[in-house]
Design a binder for this molecule. Structure first.
Ligand SMILES: C[S@@+](CC[C@H](N)C(=O)[O-])C[C@H]1O[C@@H](n2cnc3c(N)ncnc32)[C@H](O)[C@@H]1O
Length: 267
């Protein structure tokens, strides 16, 4: 069954809208990565530049840092952001499954919310291990189970009566590491020493539901599903989301919890 993921080239321009909400995952990754200024660091599936720009800020230089992504649009967005901020950053278009780097050429490899989307995560994990120096560290963040990701649940529930099952969000990929067996397979492919697997929660925070909805629409992340539904039904979809979101509204804020997992270790 083919289930659509967002077209990362198309959403690149607006992906920054999510960065403030995802920032806590970067903090967790930086702690797990334990990078130092002399380290050569690779950010895989860098999107529009996180966590790579946070790594650069933490280390104080970009000399030995490389960002790569499998979508040209994302690479271009990161490169443009680096140029705007006067940062000399190597940004390359590259799939995680085929890293064009020498064996053992990085001290640190980081990836935020990318691995579960790879076409072949096991091949990506093997590549991560291959390019890592002995003693080097890796830190990856992936989404946890579907029931710990309410916005994904809302999307499925809101659309399921209107679109074919194969057009619903690809939760079997997005939430694949909520499954202990899949997680164990990933950890095994990384083949690290002193592996740490920790569970965390971040919150998408908005003043009110309409602010969340505007971000969702503007970001284009749900465009595949919206395009499959006639425009007059978009109001029903919005109402279904709004009803579901009520659980997480209080004291003038909508705070939607999202569970994620940080996997880290040393080669
Ligand atoms: C959810 S975004 C995360 C982006 C960024 N790391 C962040 O956390 O803001 C997922 C990214 O994974 C990239 N991606 C998906 N499959 C990939 C692959 N096989 N190799 C490299 N990048 C991939 C997409 O192009 C997209 O930029």
């Amino acid at each position: 069954m083919t289930t659509p993921l967002p077209d990362w080239n198309k959403v690149a321009e607006k992906f920054d809208l999510w960065l403030p909400h995802l920032a806590p995952a970067t903090d967790a990754l930086l702690r797990a990565l334990d990078a130092a200024p002399h380290h050569r660091v690779l950010d895989i599936a860098c999107g529009t530049g996180e966590p790579v720009f946070s790594v650069i800020r933490a280390l104080g230089n970009s000399d030995q840092i490389v960002a790569c992504d499998g979508a040209w649009g994302m690479v271009a967005a990161t490169a443009a952001k680096a140029a705007r901020h006067g940062i000399d950053l190597a940004c390359v278009h590259m799939r995680a499954e085929d890293l064009a780097f020498d064996n053992e050429s990085f001290d640190r490899v980081v990836c935020r919310f990318g691995v579960m989307l790879f076409d072949d995560p096991t091949a990506g994990a093997r590549e991560i291990r291959r390019v890592l120096r002995p003693g080097g560290r890796v830190a990856l963040a992936v989404w946890d189970r579907l029931d710990l990701m309410p916005t994904m649940r809302w999307c499925i529930d809101a659309f399921r009566d209107y679109i074919d099952a194969d057009m619903l969000p690809a939760t079997e990929r997005i939430n694949r590491y909520g499954d202990p067996d899949a997680l164990a397979e990933l950890v095994s492919a990384l083949d690290l020493a002193h592996v740490s697997v920790t569970r965390h929660t971040l919150h998408y925070r908005f003043p009110a539901f309409d602010d969340y909805w505007s971000t969702l629409i503007a970001s284009g992340i749900m465009q595949n599903q919206l395009d499959a539904v006639s425009a007059e039904r978009h109001g029903n979809i919005k109402n279904a989301f709004a009803r579901a979101a009520e659980t997480f509204a209080s004291d003038g804020e909508l705070a939607i919890p999202h569970g994620y997992i940080v996997i880290s270790g040393r080669k």
